[in-house]
Design a binder for this molecule. Structure first.
Ligand SMILES: Nc1ncnc2c1ncn2[C@@H]1O[C@H](COP(=O)(O)OP(=O)(O)O)[C@@H](O)[C@H]1O
Ligand SMILES: [Mg+2]
Length: 189
């Protein structure tokens, strides 16, 4: 199962294994595009590629890094408001969701980069997408990241295992760690 087979919209993405094939993939993704590490968090090494020159420079730098960073994960840039959504799923339930607004002058919305959190209503559409995305990856407790594409609607760009929840608890006042423990303790019964 994957997101697309599960009827969950996700940004168009291509993986490439050389600078040349990455540049070729970017011609079909189109600029601006986003490059991401295959493993990472807090927005680290997620970079915006405005044009071919910027792409060449970033790809060249990554070629000097540890081999894991030679897997180039490239994604279409989603035209969206300056925020995304983080929803916490525990079992079959979306227990809390926040909007994450990027800080002044940044395009990434990660809390670790100084983003601001606001409570987000859990609509039927949000709930449905989050549960489908969780099922698609076989998740039990996950943080689903979504963007509100101006052209394509709500889409999922990341499903986080070992999700952080400090700011979600502060903003929504939902006892996420308590719900996690309750969920886990009834699993073996
Ligand atoms: N395709 C995209 N288009 C626009 N913004 C994006 C895109 N992908 C990621 N972002 C922004 O960058 C942030 C970090 O990307 P993400 O894939 O969630 O990586 P991380 O695991 O580091 O959080 C997202 O929260 C979002 O604000
Ligand atoms: Mg993320």
């Amino acid at each position: 199962m994957n997101l697309v087979n599960s009827d969950v919209k996700t940004p168009k993405a291509i993986s490439a294994f050389s600078k040349e094939s990455a540049l070729c993939a970017l011609e079909s993704i189109k600029y601006p595009a986003v490059i991401k590490p295959t493993i990472g968090s807090w927005g680290r090494l997620v970079a915006l590629l405005h044009d071919k020159d910027a792409a060449r420079a970033v790809l060249e730098d990554r070629e000097q890094m540890y081999p894991l960073y030679h897997i180039f994960y490239l994604e279409e840039f989603i035209n969206r408001p300056p925020r995304d959504i983080r929803a916490i799923v525990i079992g079959n339930e979306v227990v809390a969701a926040i909007y994450r607004y990027s800080s002044e002058g940044d395009w990434k919305t990660n809390m670790a980069l100084g983003g601001r959190a606001e409570k987000c209503p859990i609509t039927n559409e949000l709930e449905d997408l989050c549960l489908k995305a969780t099922k698609a990856v076989g998740g039990m407790i996950v943080g689903v990241d979504l963007m509100e594409s101006r052209e394509q609607g709500l889409m999922v760009h990341e499903v986080n295992n070992t999700t952080e929840f400090k700011n979600t608890v502060k903003t929504t006042e939902i006892d996420i760690p308590g719900l996690m423990v309750d969920y886990l303790s009834q699993l073996g019964k």
